[in-house]
Design a protein around this ligand. Structure first.
Ligand code: FES
Length: 653
């Protein structure tokens, strides 16, 4: 029994790996054959129950649930479409009945604990040096003893023992009710020394026996659409003690913010499911980082959060549906402080969660984080910052101006919708060189593993090198004069260029770049470049602000790994000298860290809202035209890229 007549595509998320299903085999075998190692104790016999995955699209094409699945999966899991990889197999009869090719597109979510390989998540950024002004103080107190001659109540005696120069006036100091309840006993059993935890210089939120002043921690979170990173920081010295990250478990409900909004809109319990998923993920990261730093979660007193507007709403349990509908407004813009226990976060009982403000429906607190940490608003040079993640955000600014927009860059640069695309993980081809004389390819892979697919930086390199070798034309088509070369194959459906021969790969199949992949990259890079031009022309028109970009910051996981010169060569970013292009790492996460250790920056983030101008570029009248021109390599108008002399020799069509 074979599937040769049908072309079945399976996309595995959140690792963005696509396979073409051709044999009568279980999903477990399809995964392992493709080099994706998964957890299993029973080797695929259906007895360990370790290989659970969620079939998000195409469940109707699979065999009926087997006995081991009905034993290992709960009723609720079965209802939602969870299966055991070693039991799930495509059913030929059901496949043959399908006439719509779209119906043969399967999407499967692989939960974090199923995958053995670590996926590379950027946890670092460039620190511009921030003053330590934490919102949480831990102060040691040696309280006076009460006496008949001085019958001063416990709380008032504590107040007189606190170093008031570090606090608000004593009349403003309040004690949490739960702390007060324990105070009389604690003060009498631990007479010598107590440590008080004080929030915002006035609110006593904890009291511990002895000296625990060194255990003063906070955690900063960057809640991305695809990944969540947590940075455990000591609030006494501002240093990072542990970092942990997870793929965002909400990916099980939708690849991007729009599909998650749709899920919430269409499912009565959808918001609760997605909110629970993110809160559980944050609690997992809290526990992991505490273990690494050898502290208790109760030693964490504050959390700071950045994330895009939809992640922000779901985290807070606020319906994000209206962000997805014109005029795309969020429920709130300003920053927020919420008790951790009200959100279900397991830190100190009275711990505080600070959520940075949003800019607009599609430009969130993560962009505020990028602005804060890059300090773009202090630059003299007009600076372009692009945050490349599952969504694309653009900031243009300097000391005079600050403008932002979001662009529909899609997730091709994270490997999605690319035939052999994958995220930056072991086995991903991440750099590529092509000899223009004979088209031989030199590439590297992450962790030097056998090639498994191509990640975003590899994709940019591949296209830039193919252009330099004149295999591609400026409009992104394969150059017909070269179509005879062995590396260029015609599969009958599309023209493809072989990056890694099947003998070299872990899948036993060629890893190629197809015409379709090139179109996906053109759309992504076109979205960034045209977005930038539209912001500039908006500022020019409305403010008479006529300047060109002088400096570029590439932020985000992907921005850190790309070859800057090649990003410029394909026309993703403007033509400025390489030494004015900076890769600034996870700048959004860095912004959350800065706000955690310096409370004054929270006010600054709030104040920045007055300076930031949000531009809805999709309604700009030249939007379609600018986007179409920016689809060319490097651009329809070569005058924008005067330094790229090679383009003189590259055909236009
Ligand atoms: S691998 Fe053990 S149940 Fe599937």
């Amino acid at each position: 029994m074979t599937f040769h007549n049908k072309n079945i595509v399976i996309d595995f998320e959140p690792i963005s790996r696509r396979i073409y299903y051709s044999d009568n085999e279980t999903i477990y075998h399809a995964l392992t054959k493709s080099g994706i190692r998964v957890n299993s104790l029973c080797g695929g016999k259906g007895t360990c129950g370790k290989c659970k995955l969620l079939i998000q699209k195409g469940l109707n094409l699979f065999n009926d649930y087997t006995k081991p699945e009905l034993e290992k999966l709960s009723k609720n899991e079965v209802k939602k479409g969870w299966r055991l990889a070693c039991q799930a197999i495509l059913d030929l009869r059901k496949v043959e009945q399908m006439t719509d090719p779209q119906a043969l597109h399967v999407r499967i979510f692989l939960p974090d604990d199923l995958l053995i390989e670590d996926f590379k998540i950027l946890t670092t950024g460039v620190d511009k040096g921030i003053q330590l002004i934490p919102n949480v103080l831990k102060l040691r107190v040696h309280p006076d003893k009460p006496s008949l001659s001085k019958p001063i109540p416990d709380f008032e005696r504590i107040l007189s023992s606190l170093p008031l120069d570090q606090l608000k006036p004593s009349k403003d100091i309040v004690i949490d009710y739960n702390v007060l309840k324990n105070l009389p006993d604690l003060i009498r059993t631990q007479e010598d020394e107590l440590t008080f935890t004080i929030l915002n210089q006035k609110h006593i939120i904890d009291c511990e026996p002895g000296n625990t002043s060194e255990k003063n921690f906070g955690i900063a979170f960057d809640i991305g659409t695809t990944t969540i990173v947590g940075y455990l920081m000591n609030l006494n010295d501002g240093k990072i003690y542990a970092v942990s990250s997870l793929l965002n478990p909400q990916t099980a409900y939708g690849e991007d913010v729009i599909t998650r909004i749709t899920y919430i809109r269409d499912n009565e319990d959808g918001l609760n499911q997605l909110n629970t998923a993110v809160i559980n993920a944050l609690n997992t990261i809290i526990n992991k980082t505490c273990k690494k730093a050898r502290i208790e979660p109760s030693n964490i007193y504050e959390i700071s959060i950045v994330g895009n507007s939809v992640m922000h709403h779901i985290f807070l349990g606020i319906n994000p549906t209206f962000i997805g509908l014109s005029p795309y407004v969020p429920a709130i813009q300003r920053n927020l402080n919420v008790k951790a226990k009200n959100l279900g976060l397991s830190i100190s009982t009275e711990g505080n969660v600070h959520i940075l403000p949003l800019i607009a429906g599609f430009v969130g607190a993560d962009t505020i984080g990028v602005i804060l940490s890059s300090q773009i608003e202090n630059e003299s040079d007009l600076t372009l910052a692009i945050d490349i993640g599952t969504n694309g955000e653009i900031v243009i600014g300097n000391k005079d101006i600050l403008a932002t927009a979001s662009c529909a860059a899609g997730s091709a640069l994270e490997g999605a919708h690319i035939q052999h695309g994958m995220r930056a993980a072991a086995g991903a081809i991440d750099t590529i060189k092509i000899d223009p004389k004979d088209l031989t390819v030199d590439y590297s892979t992450i962790n030097q593993k056998k090639p498994l697919g191509i990640c975003g930086s590899g994709l940019i390199d591949a296209v830039a090198e193919l252009l330099k070798a004149r295999v591609l034309t400026r409009s992104g088509n394969f150059n017909k004069e070269l179509i005879e070369n062995d590396r260029i194959i015609n599969t009958g459906k599309a023209v493809e260029f072989i990056i890694a021969d099947k003998d070299e790969t872990s899948t036993g199949k060629h890893i190629t770049i197809s015409q379709h992949d090139i179109r996906e990259l053109q759309m992504a890079k076109g979205a960034f470049y045209s977005g930038m031009r539209l912001i500039l022309s908006y500022l020019d028109r409305t403010r008479n602000f006529h300047h060109e970009i002088q400096q570029i910051y590439l932020a985000g996981a992907f921005g850190n790994y790309i070859n800057k010169a090649n990003a410029k060569f394909i026309g993703m970013i403007p033509d400025i000298t390489d030494n004015k292009i900076f890769q600034i790492g996870n700048a959004a996460g860095m912004g959350a860290q800065h706000c955690l250790i310096n409370k004054n920056l929270r006010q600054k983030a709030q104040d920045l809202l007055r300076k930031i101008e949000y531009i809805e570029i999709a309604v700009e009248k030249d939007f379609q035209q600018e986007f179409a021109k920016a689809m060319y390599f490097p651009h329809f108008n070569l005058d924008y890229f005067p330094s790229l002399q090679e383009y003189k020799y590259i055909p236009k069509r």
